[in-house]
Design a protein around this ligand. Structure first.
Ligand SMILES: Nc1nc2c(ncn2[C@@H]2O[C@H](COP(=O)(O)OP(=O)(O)OP(=O)(O)O)[C@@H](O)[C@H]2O)c(=O)[nH]1
Ligand SMILES: [Mg+2]
Ligand SMILES: [Zn+2]
Length: 361
């Protein structure tokens, strides 16, 4: 035990008063890269627990826990006092809100975050804009047709989720469109044929991530996906027009999401969802419809962290000749050997190599 009177590191006598700021006055650490951020504010004992469903600039929709009411709330000035380098309150945050009547409230406290999906705020290098706080998992949502899946873009998303320790699933929608296309014999492929096509398109991910095949329009696969959401906070992310809002409408009976009005002339879809919105679809089940996640990719993952972000590489890491092997063109690389043996897919390896070269550039 070091002496209570002497600081063992500096040998200073404790008579010399060390002024420490009170905990609540300490600036909050930046929460970049999914680090949990400290709590904010104080619990007065008069607040009600809730979850932030949506943010409108200075106002927030707060779903009260254990009751159906949603309060429209502002945040106390004291929560905004520090330069936080993160949003003080964001969608997904657990808060304490004081009911001020007329269905309005004031947020007095925000719980520490278990993690965040974020992107860099415009024109800054160190300030994050939170897309969703406290997510348990993320579903990357694509469509088999209109728009067709961009697998390299999906790999970037998957890497970001891995870097943040967030479990990921992949969902492929609009199987009905492929089902109507002619198969080899000229007859329509049908749902079975469309599913086989989708499975072939995503074969590199089978066994690495849970895959869900859907046609929200036809009600195909929706129940199975709903089961994967139960009891969790799930972020749904993906390109515009793939059917994310349509899925939410299908699984949430009280849903009223805006669906992109895709005309025949513009089959790529029109962007309709602005800002993250969290929906409570059962007492303990929350699903977030996020706006286009392209900007997320701006959070680069450091090169040496990338191999771990490809789960199928993990059994081979540490088996290479060089301890610091980058798995690009070194001799006796266990990852490259696994690609040659067909254990790791060529496409996924090339996706890794492209991101690694980009990170080192
Ligand atoms: N054929 C077909 N069309 C679908 C299906 N699911 C959704 N759509 C259509 O695809 C279009 C885009 O759907 P949305 O739900 O708005 O897509 P989103 O992913 O929310 O798009 P953003 O909000 O722009 O990111 C709409 O016209 C939907 O009706 C499906 O399973 N099959
Ligand atoms: Mg949408
Ligand atoms: Zn290697």
């Amino acid at each position: 035990m070091p002496s209570a009177r002497t600081d063992p590191a500096h040998g200073l006598s404790s008579d010399r008063a060390v002024v420490r700021p009170a905990m609540t006055d300490a600036p909050v650490q930046p929460a970049m890269d999914g680090q949990p951020a400290a709590e904010l504010g104080r619990l007065s004992g008069r607040g009600l627990p809730g979850v932030v469903l949506r943010s409108y600039g200075l106002w927030y929709d707060v779903q009260l826990t254990g009751e159906p009411r949603v309060l429209l709330a502002t945040i106390k000035g004291s929560l905004k006092r520090f330069r936080l380098r993160t949003d003080p309150v964001a969608v997904g945050d657990h808060v304490s809100v004081i009911d001020v009547g007329e269905n309005e409230g004031q947020i007095e406290w925000r719980a520490p975050r278990t993690g965040v999906l974020s992107r860099l705020a415009r024109e800054t290098n160190d300030t994050e804009q939170v897309i969703l706080a406290n997510a348990d998992q993320v579903i990357f949502f694509f469509s088999l047709r209109f728009p067709e899946p961009h697998l390299r873009m999906m790999d970037r998303f998957l890497v970001l989720a891995e870097a943040r320790g967030l479990p990921a699933r992949i969902a492929i929608n609009k199987l009905d469109l492929a089902a109507a296309e002619p198969g080899p014999d000229g007859a329509p492929l049908g749902m079975g044929g469309a599913r086989a096509l989708a499975e072939a398109t995503f074969r590199d991910y089978a066994g690495v991530y849970p895959l869900h095949f859907l046609s929200v329009a036809a009600g195909y696969g929706v129940d199975e996906l709903r089961a994967a959401l139960a009891g969790k906070v799930t972020a749904i992310a993906g390109p515009s027009g793939v059917g994310k809002s349509s899925l939410l409408n299908a699984i949430d009976p009280t849903g009223e999401r805006l669906i992109g009005d895709v005309s025949a002339a513009n089959r790529k879809g029109r962007h309709t969802t602005i800002g993250t919105q969290l929906y409570r679809i059962a007492p303990e089940t929350f699903v977030a419809d996020t706006p286009g996640m392209r900007a997320l990719a701006m959070h680069a993952v450091p090169g040496e962290q990338l191999p771990e972000c490809y789960p199928e590489f993990r059994p081979f890491l540490g088996e290479c000749y060089y301890d610091d092997c980058e798995h690009l063109d070194e001799p006796d690389c266990a990852v490259i050997a696994a690609v040659a043996a067909g254990t790791i897919s060529q496409e996924r390896y090339e996706s890794y190599a492209a991101l690694r070269r980009e990170a080192e550039a």
